[in-house]
Design a protein around this ligand. Sequence first.
Ligand code: ATP
Length: 457
Amino acid sequence: MTTEVTMDKIVSLCRRRGFVFPASEIYGGMGSSYDYGHYGVLLKDNVKARWLEAMVRERDDIVALDSSIILNPRVWEASGHVGGFSDPLVDCRTCKQRFRADHLADPEHEDVRCGKRPSKRPGETSDCDLTEPRQFNLMFRTRVGAVEATGTDVYLRPETAQGIFVNFKNVAQLARRKPPFGIAQVGKAFRNEITPGNFIFRTLEFEQMEMEFFVPPSEADEWYRYWVAERLAWHVRYGIREESLRVRPHEADELSHYSSGTSDIEYLFPIGWSELEGIANRGDFDLTQHTAASGTKLEWVDSGSGERFVPHVIEPALGVNRSMLAFLVDAYEEEVVGERERTVLRLHPQLAPVKAAVLPLIAKDGAMVERARSLYEELRRSASVEYDDSGAIGRRYRRQDEIGTPWAFTIDEQTTVDGTVTVRDRDSLAQERIPLENVTSWLAGRLVEPWSAPPRH
Ligand code: ATP
């Protein structure tokens, strides 16, 4: 029987095993805000590392950047965010809830839940008293300066992209790159989201992985198609099942003001098909806007031929937290093994927070413990590994299954006799014996092998 993966099950696992907690919980929590515990941090770091690897390390045409969260407020005027980065909102005077007008208009949309019963959809009963849609800016505003009266209003960045555009000239010169080339950035972004969060799918603060790819205008369409395919392949490479992904090109009336083409890579989340990543053909909008507003020409000039043009930009933009949620949902499985149930996260080994567990079969056996501790010390120099000697071996395996640890090395009586250990595979449950001295190289080899999700049971 296939596991039905609900958001409740994911939330419960994340909480139970310390991946993600509600933020400031002892004060009653904070809507749409979450804190990440030990395994959550490790998983999130691995998602970012795999993205940076694919974007920067494995390529010659993309460089990295880390720009400020607080920028000169004129950046956000020029980018159109001060005037236009808003959602039309509808309030209900009866139940005091807020809804996005575009979500209300969509009969299928999951985010739309009325606060009162028996009405299921806002506006459905005569009790519902909805306002006209009003624009609501999504940017968080704060003040820089010690004195309130003389301070300056600034914004927490709602996306990392603008930090890249305003650095175009610096990076193009220093990195000695010629279009097509890209600038990649991972960092926090903040949005005053008002609709219910659906766990870490939509939060007030989140991390983005954005890459702006600057190309000669005549090549923009070709690069746009290239990046849609490339980004789709990345999700599959790290284990998302192809049948849970689809590409949805935006309709003309959905396109942002700057975009001549946008496609969402959608994932079948427990809340239904929803945007995982957006890939936009932004044309020359951003560089042109910042050139006009700052007076600094953001264009490409070829020092040899003197040829000049304003590059067009292709942008793949993915939320770290949303990506982590998709990986968790896709990896989650419940199954019965023998007589017992287990919950397992079949995460790609390169995403798994812990790569291997080292387990002495009998915690009180000095010889086993000594060998297990020394193997653990050796492995931890190159990989994230855990030592666990508490409880029955079956329970220890299940603990590791729940956090997605791909392999466990068990030191038992035979180890003390012939120097071999048992390797247990999380997915197949197969066990094999390998020499203790080969464990480090065995693990290193397995970690770089291609991997794909096993079929769901
Ligand atoms: P949505 O329609 O879901 O609000 P968007 O189209 O406004 O998203 P973009 O501006 O394209 O999102 O941002 C790029 C990516 O950043 C999204 O595909 C998503 O992965 C992530 N993202 C955007 N807003 C949030 C948020 N509030 N919480 C978590 N991730 C987010």
